[in-house]
Design a protein around this ligand. Structure first.
Ligand code: ADQ
Length: 523
C-alpha cells in the first residue's frame, strides 16, 4: 500500500487548465483492514467506477470521497487526521459518521426505503410502514450523513482550489447521496458543477407516492440543485422529469423530455449508459486461475447445455421466477431432461436483513425441489453456488449456451454485458425488458417480461433450439455492441459534458434563463 499526504499545493493546479474532479460515493475504491501485525492493508474494490477513475486520473486531477465503513477504514481516518491521501494513484478522503447515524442512513432509509421504491419491490398492502423510527432515521441518519458528506466535500474542494477560479466538477453517486447537491450548493454556491449519477432505475411519479411528501420533495429539490443528473437510460431520465413536474410546483419542463426549469435555472436529465471495463475483463479471462476454474466447469457441464445466471442475492434480480421458469421448461419440454445444466452463481448481499435471508432460503428450497423432482444418479438439474468469486463468474460466462438475466427492475445489469463480451459458445441472452441493458442489447437478445414465467420458459427453449447461424449472428452483434462502449468512455462523456458546460458558464454572465431563451451549452 502506498500513501502520500497531499497538502494544498499537491491538489491545486493551474486555475484555467486543470479542473478538479471529485467523486463522492457511499463505498470507496479501497477498504482498509488491520493485519495480524497491527498494520493497515488496503484492498482495491472491483467496480468499474474505480477503473474509470484510475484512467481519468492519468489526465485530470481527481479525488474520491467515501464513507469509512469498517474498523480498518476508521483507523485509516484516525491515522491521517481527515486529510486527503493518495492510495495507489487515487486521492482519497473518508467521511466518518457515527455508527448510529450511518445505520439509520444506510439500513433504514437508503436500502429498505429508497432501493425498494426505485425497484418497486413492495408488498403494498403490508409494506412499507413509515413509522416514527423511519422519520427519526430520515432526519438523524439520511439527512445528517448527506450533510456531513457535503461538508467534507466542500472542505476538501476549498483546500484543493485555494479560492482560485479553477473549475470544479462534483459527481455524487447513487441513491445514498441524493441530498448532497442541495447542501453543496448552500456551501459552495454556483462556482462548482454538480452532476449526480443514479445507478438504479428511476420510476415514474406513481412509485414515489409511498414516500411522504417532505422526503420526496427534499430528494427532488436537492437533485434540482445539480447542473445535470445522469441516469442509465432515457426512460429513467424522462421519469425523473415527470416526477419533478408532478411533485415540485416550481419545476416546469416546458414540453421537454430531458430538461427541468427550476427557479430560472435549467437542469438536464441525461442518459449515460454504463458499460464494463472491457480491457480488464479480457485480461482476467486469460489469468491461470480463471482458466483453471473454466476447466473445472467444462468437466462439470460435460456435453450438456449450460443455462447460467450470475447475480447478487437480491429480490429485484428475480431469481425465484427464473427457477420457476426452468422448472416449467423441464415439465413442458421433456427433451431437455438430462441435456441441460442450470448453474446459478450468487453473491451474498445484505444478509443481515431478514428479507434477504428469507429470499436465499426460498432460492435454496426451490432449487432443492427441482433437483428432487428431476435428478437421477448422473444429473443434478440445478447447481447453486453461493459466494463472491469474479474469476469463477467470468469462467462460467465463457461457457453458457443461455444466459438468463430476468430482473424485475435493474438500472443497467452488467452481467448481461460481461457475458456478451466473454462468451465463447455463441450463447443466447434471455433478457428482461426491465433491465436498463434492454435498451442497448434487447434487439439481439430474446426479451421477456420478468413476471411471465411461462414466457421465460419458452424463451429458454427457443434459445436452446436456435440454429447455429442465428446464434452466431446475435452473439457477434452483442459482443460488438459491448466492445464499442467501455466504462472509461462512460465516465469521460460525463466529464466532457460538465467541462463544456463549465467553460460556457465561465464565458457568459449569469443571465437568467427566460422562456424561449437558450443560454445553455447543451441545447
Ligand atoms: P448491481 O445491482 O450489483 O449494480 P450488476 O450491474 O449486475 O448489479 O453488477 C454486479 C457485478 O457483480 C457484476 O460485475 C457481476 O459480474 C458481479 N457479480 C455478480 N454476481 C457475482 C458472483 N456470483 N460472483 C462474482 N461476481 C459477481 C448496480 C445496479 C445495476 C447497475 C450497476 C452499475 O443495481 O443495475 O448496472 O450498479 O451501475
Amino acid at each position: 500500500m502506498t500513501t502520500a499526504n497531499l497538502q494544498e499545493s499537491d491538489t491545486t493546479g493551474d486555475p484555467t487548465e486543470s479542473p478538479l474532479i471529485v467523486i463522492a460515493s457511499n463505498r470507496g475504491p479501497y477498504s482498509f483492514s488491520v493485519n495480524k501485525d497491527g498494520a493497515l492493508e488496503s484492498k482495491r474494490g472491483s467496480g468499474g467506477l474505480v477503473t474509470a477513475l484510475g484512467a481519468l486520473a492519468e489526465k485530470h486531477d481527481v479525488l474520491w470521497i467515501a464513507a469509512a465503513l469498517g474498523k480498518g477504514d476508521r483507523k485509516w481516518v484516525e491515522q491521517h487526521e481527515d486529510t486527503v491521501q493518495e492510495v495507489e494513484g487515487i486521492k482519497l478522503r473518508l467521511v466518518r459518521p457515527t455508527a448510529r447515524r450511518y445505520d439509520q442512513y444506510y439500513n433504514e432509509i437508503a436500502n429498505p426505503l429508497l432501493w425498494f421504491i426505485q425497484h418497486q419491490l413492495w408488498d403494498i398492502p403490508r409494506t412499507p410502514s413509515i413509522t416514527r423510527e423511519t422519520w427519526q432515521a430520515w432526519r438523524n441518519g439520511y439527512v445528517a450523513v448527506n450533510k456531513l458528506f457535503a461538508e467534507v466535500i466542500a472542505d476538501t474542494v476549498r483546500t484543493a482550489t485555494g479560492g482560485s477560479n479553477r473549475p470544479v466538477i462534483i459527481f455524487p453517486q447513487d441513491y445514498h447521496l441524493y441530498l448532497v447537491p442541495r447542501y453543496l450548493r448552500e456551501m459552495l454556491g454556483r462556482s462548482v458543477q454538480i452532476q449526480p449519477f443514479v445507478h438504479i432505475p428511476w420510476p415514474g411519479p406513481d412509485a414515489w407516492r409511498v414516500l411522504p411528501a417532505e422526503m420526496r420533495n427534499a430528494i427532488l429539490t436537492s437533485l434540482l440543485q445539480s447542473d445535470r443528473v445522469g441516469f442509465h437510460t432515457t426512460k429513467d431520465a424522462f421519469n425523473f422529469v415527470q416526477c419533478c413536474r408532478f411533485y415540485v410546483p416550481a419545476a416546469h419542463s416546458r414540453g421537454s423530455r430531458d430538461t427541468i426549469y427550476f427557479h430560472e435555472r435549467r437542469v438536464k436529465a441525461h442518459a449515460y449508459p454504463i458499460s464494463v471495463d472491457t480491457e480488464q475483463i479480457e485480461t482476467l479471462v486469460e489469468e491461470p486461475y480463471t482458466r483453471m476454474l473454466k476447466d473445472q466447469q467444462i468437466t462439470f457441464i460435460g456435453d450438456r447445455k449450460l443455462i447460467l445466471r450470475v447475480d447478487r442475492i437480491e429480490p429485484s434480480k428475480n431469481i425465484l421466477r427464473g427457477l420457476e421458469a426452468y422448472r416449467a421448461l423441464l415439465e413442458r419440454y421433456k427433451e431437455h431432461i438430462g441435456k441441460v445444466q442450470m448453474l446459478a452463481l450468487l453473491v451474498p448481499s445484505r444478509m443481515e436483513v431478514d428479507e434477504y435471508q428469507d429470499y436465499l432460503q426460498a432460492i435454496m428450497a426451490q432449487a432443492g425441489m427441482i433437483n428432487a423432482e428431476f435428478s437421477d444418479e448422473y444429473w443434478e438439474p440445478v447447481r447453486v453456488l453461493v459466494g463472491e468469486n469474479y474469476h469463477r463468474a467470468l469462467a462460467a460466462m465463457q461457457l453458457y449456451d443461455v444466459l438468463l438475466v430476468n430482473p424485475i427492475a435493474d438500472g443497467m445489469n452488467l452481467v448481461a454485458k460481461e457475458g456478451a463480451l466473454v462468451n465463447e459458445r455463441n450463447g443466447v441472452l434471455v433478457l428482461s425488458e426491465y433491465a436498463g441493458a434492454f435498451y442497448e442489447l434487447g434487439e439481439k437478445a430474446l426479451t421477456v417480461s420478468p413476471f411471465d414465467v411461462h414466457g421465460t420458459a419458452e424463451a429458454i427453449h427457443h434459445a436452446l433450439k436456435m440454429q447455429p447461424d442465428e446464434r452466431r449472428r446475435r452473439a457477434e452483434a452483442l459482443r460488438q455492441q459491448v466492445k464499442n462502449a467501455d466504462v472509461k468512455r462512460w465516465f469521460y462523456d460525463q466529464v466532457d459534458d460538465a467541462l463544456r458546460a463549465s467553460s460556457s458558464q465561465a464565458k457568459k454572465d449569469s443571465t437568467p434563463v427566460t422562456p424561449g431563451t437558450n443560454t445553455s451549452a447543451e441545447s
